[in-house]
Design a protein around this ligand. Sequence first.
Ligand code: FAD
Length: 479
Amino acid sequence: MSELSLIDGLAVIVGAAHVASAGDLSLYERDWRGRIAGRALAVVRPATTEQVAAVVRLCAAAGVSIVPQGGNTGLVGGSVPDDSGRQVVLQLGRMSAIREIDPENLTVTVEAGCVLQNLQSSMRDAGFLFPLRLGAQGSCMIGGNLATNAGGTQVLRYGNMRELCLGLEVVTPSGEVWNGLTGLRKDNTGYDLRDLFVGSEGTLGIITAATLKLFPLPAAVLTAWVSLASIQEAVALLSLAQRRLGADLTGFEVMERFGLELVARHMPQTRIPFFEDGASCNVLLECSSTRSEREALEALLEEAFEQSLVTNAVVAESLAQAQQLWQVREQIVLAQAQEGPNVKHDISLPISRIPAFVVRTRELLEAAIPGVRIANFGHLGDGNLHYNVQVPEGGDALAFLQSHEAQIMDLVYRSVSDFGGSFSAEHGVGGLKVHKLEQYKCPTALRLMRAIKDAVDPAQTMNPGRVLARGGAPEATVG
Ligand code: FAD
C-alpha cells in the first residue's frame, strides 16, 4: 500500500479533517521538553474505539507502525515518532467522554483522551475525589497516565495509576477490541491483562477507555510547609508523620534548597515561606481526612519541634494559601527549564537509604564534574526523587551537556543501583532509557518482557523501539 493510499484510507475512517500529513506537525512530533523530535507520516485523531481499531488494522495491513499519543507531556521520548517519517501518530484527544459514573461502586468509566484535570474537576462536581495529581495535569490524558503508570503527589495514600485502575478497554496490535471495562475489585481469573497494559507505554496496544476508582471527597485537607536542616531530618519526619497521621497523610514532598533558589530567581512573584533562614531542605506535607484533623497535624509538628527535626513550620490557613504552597513545589520544574538545560533523573530508592544516597551522590558528582548544581526534590513519601543536575553557571550549556550528559547519567544511575534503587520511578523508559533497561534490568525479566512483546505484537508495529530496544540505539533525535 502506498503512503498516499494509507493516508486516504485513514481519512475515510476518521474524516479528512482529523488526519494531518503536511504542514506544521511539530506539536505532535516534538516532546514536552523540546529535546526529542521525529517526523510523522501522518497524525490521526480518531473519535471512537471502532475508529481506533480500524486505524490499527489499516496500519497493520500497510506495515506501518503506530505511536500512541495523549497529552505529549511524557519526559522520556515515548510519545513522539522516530525520524523515519514512516510512523503514524495516533492522538487520542477526541476520545474524552466520561462514559459512566457508578456512585455505589465508586467507579468512573472514562475515555483515554480525557485530560486529567477535567476528570478531577468533573468528579469533584459530582461529589467524588479522583486522586491522581501531577504537575502536567492540565495537559496529560488518562490513557497516557495509564500507559506510563503515572504517580504524582498523592501516591502515598491512594497509589499510582495501576492501583487506581480496575478495568481497561484496549485495541490490540491486530486491531481487535478487548473490553475489560470491569469495575470488579476482585477477579482472579487468570493472567492479569490489565496490569500488562498499565505501564506498557504504548508498546502492547492502545488504551481507549478505563474504569477507575473514586473516593469520597475529604472533609478537610490541611497543608503545612516545614523547614529542616537536611534530608535526614525529612526522612525522620516522614516516619513520625506516618505513625501519627496514618492513612490521613496524603502527600509528603521534599525540596532541597537549590530548586527553590531557581523558583526565586525565575518566578520572583512567588512567595516562598522561610526561604531566608538558610534551611537546606523543605517539606510540603498534606493530610486529608473525612473529619477535621487540624489538632493531629499541629500535635505532629509540635512533637517534631521537640525532637529538633524541624526548624520552622506553617500550616496553611485557607485553600488559597495551600494552593500557593503547592505552586512553589510545582514551579521547580518550570524554573529549572528557564534556568537552562539539565539532566533529569526520576529515581526511586528505599526511603531509609535516601539520606546516604544524597550525600554520596553529591560527593561523586562534585568530584567528577566541578560546578554542577543539583536540584533534588520529589515525592519523598514514595521514595521517589527528581534528582536533576543543572549545568554549571555560565558557559555554553549545550556544549557542556554534549560532553558530560552521559557521564552524569552513568554516575547517578550507578549510585542508584548501588543503593538498591530504580532508574525510572514514574516517568517510564520511553525511547530515552531503553539502554538503561538493558543495563540495569535482570536478564530473566528482560527475556520475559521480550517474550510478551513478541506474543502480543509479533509484527512489532506498536511504538517499536520504546521500552525494549529494536536492534540498537533509540531512534528519535536528542537535541
Ligand atoms: P504522552 O506523553 O502522550 O505519552 C506517554 C507514553 O504513553 C508514550 O509512550 C505513549 O505512546 C503512551 N500512550 C499515551 N496514550 C496512550 C494510550 N491511550 N494508549 C497506549 N499508550 C499511550 N509523571 C508522573 O508520573 N508524576 C509526576 O509527578 C509528573 N509530573 C510532571 C510534571 C510536568 C511539568 C511534566 C511535563 C510531566 C510530568 N510527568 C509526571 C510526566 C507525564 O506527565 C506523565 O508521564 C503522564 O502520565 C503522561 O501522560 P500524557 O497523556 O501526556 O502521555
